[in-house]
Design a binder for this molecule. Sequence first.
Ligand SMILES: [Zn+2]
Ligand SMILES: [Zn+2]
Length: 274
Amino acid sequence: MLKANYHTHTKLCNHAVGMPEDYVLKAIELGFKELGMSCHAPVPRDFMSEEEYINNWLQRNMTLEEYYTIYLPALDEVIAKYGKQIKIYKGLETEYIPGHEEYYIGLLANLDYLNLGIHYFLSDGIEKNSYDDVDYKTIYDYANVAVMAMKTGLFKCLVHPDLFYFNYKDENGKQTFDKHCKAVTNLICKTASDLGVYLEVNANGLANSKKYGFKDEWLYPRKEFWKIAKTYPNLKIIIGADAHDMAKLYSEDVKKVEQFCADLGLKVLDFMEI
Ligand SMILES: [Zn+2]
Ligand SMILES: [Zn+2]
């Protein structure tokens, strides 16, 4: 049974429901000890071209103004109101765009932690989408962004590190967990292990996999990835609900992911040290 969740969204990202208070109340009801709020971070328009911005769905994220005038005040409010009942952390889920370290440092000035989610990555000079554009060549660009980001020390946890497999195409145009997937998995796990960055087994992957017709075999969390992860004894692994609805903080899918980890014999931590 989860005791904490550090991957929690709000309706400010325009594809979730509920404000921080709704999630906090649900977490208290569930008996959670800690809750980390981590809605999708705003991305300034001048960080990329208009086309890249739209391809990566950034128009739906909260704006910087909403971040300062709605998100942060809402977090301070729930901490003042419920902070004695549950430990609440202020966070965001952000991408990593090399060269914009100052921006992430600025965000962290008001937060406890940043989750790193690689929904897009720089490849051949343009931002490509992790759901659609990963193949046996671009997978190394995905890995490269993950490694560079972890090395900055700005990110506490890499969420859904196995997202690269979502629509992966091998050298024959098929979706197999080939040698390139294995190499990238090892690179990500080794870097995270060496640097003490948490890796997250993401429960929202089940719903996303179902949309593509997958039932028993999820696109992510991907079994082959986590079997390799298991071979890194110092790797810090947590389960994340990636809740876009307060009802999903401890859903059937989260329970399936707990079972998935137990079946694999993965050592999962209850809490992130923040
Ligand atoms: Zn989301
Ligand atoms: Zn998320």
